[in-house]
Design a protein around this ligand. Structure first.
Ligand SMILES: [Zn+2]
Ligand SMILES: [Zn+2]
Length: 294
């Protein structure tokens, strides 16, 4: 890994020459690859205080006491033990997420991870390192996109000292249909069967504090399914850490949230999920190919 790092460092001037660093939000020239220009920094919405004690949802005013819970948390007590959010989802963070997730701009990961790390609680002296586990992608989507954006963020968080990386602790055992049109219970049911703990990792998850990492948090249905799975495996606590959190009140109506969920599940710029036929072994492809030629 060290060697790779040196090579990357060595190549940086060359990379900068061929691809001058540009702000991923507005396209202005910037000093460093993966950085934002100063005006764009100020457009990111960093969640502030006062906020819900359970989920960190910012309150509009501070007349609510210190230990107040937001209405959604009161109605459905969260399964997780806290959320750490780098930014609130707005036009600026949306552009970053799209570039990172669907535009192949993986160089944004360190900057995005730093924003998340800044929101993680201070580690208590003598406490063990938490395990950092990304929300998984189904292998077909992984194969198509080439990377799991949540795993890249998890890797960077581990580099920043936030915990120990376990990249494959949770697996998606099947493809899930778009969740946009489904009700809460229906989503839970659909996801519960699709997310599981890798059996060989169960022993390591037991009694550990977990940081579950994702790029965007929308309805929380996917992260809830992951939280349930790691808790079932005996995790001591689970904190959800994400780069951008969608707060429903930031969107004009809930149909937009549903559309966003759909975009998250299907991938806005990807072809919609279609069940793929198992690929024929190479010989078979060759044979039919030649048969056709003959
Ligand atoms: Zn900019
Ligand atoms: Zn809350």
């Amino acid at each position: 890994m060290k060697l790779g790092g040196h090579i990357a460092e060595g190549l940086r001037p060359l990379v900068d020459l061929v691809y001058p660093p540009r702000c991923p939000i507005c396209g202005e020239g910037v000093a460093q690859q993966g950085g934002l220009c100063t005006p764009c920094w100020s457009t990111l919405a960093i969640p502030g205080e006062p906020a819900c004690v359970s989920c960190g949802r910012p309150f509009a005013s501070d007349h609510l006491g210190k230990a107040a819970q937001c209405a959604p948390c009161m109605v459905h007590p969260p399964k997780h033990d806290g959320i750490s959010v780098g930014t609130l989802y707005n036009d600026a963070s949306r552009k970053l997420v799209l570039a990172f997730k669907h535009g192949g701009k993986i160089g944004l990961a360190p900057m995005m991870a730093k924003l998340i790390a800044a929101r993680l609680p201070q580690r208590v002296e003598g406490e063990g390192l938490p395990l950092i586990i990304p929300v998984p992608l189904h292998r077909w989507r992984l194969w198509r996109r080439g990377y799991n954006q949540a795993a890249l963020l998890a890797q960077e968080l581990a580099k920043l000292g936030a915990g120990e990386l376990m990249v494959d602790g949770i697996v998606r055992t099947m493809q899930t249909p778009p969740l946009g049109g489904l009700g809460r219970k229906q989503r839970e049911k659909t996801l519960a069967g699709a997310i599981a703990i890798r059996p060989s990792r169960e022993g390591k998850i037991k009694n550990r504090a977990i940081v579950l990492v994702d790029d965007v948090l929308t309805s929380g249905a996917t992260s809830d399914a992951c939280v349930t799975a790691v808790k079932k495996a005996g995790a001591q606590s689970v904190r959800v850490a994400c780069f951008a959190r969608v707060l429903d009140e930031a969107l004009p109506d809930s149909s937009q949230l549903a559309a966003l969920d759909q975009a998250e599940m299907v991938g806005k710029y990807e072809t919609p999920e279609v069940p793929l036929e198992p690929r024929a072994p190479r010989d078979e492809i060759k044979r039919t190919h030649f048969e056709k030629l003959e």
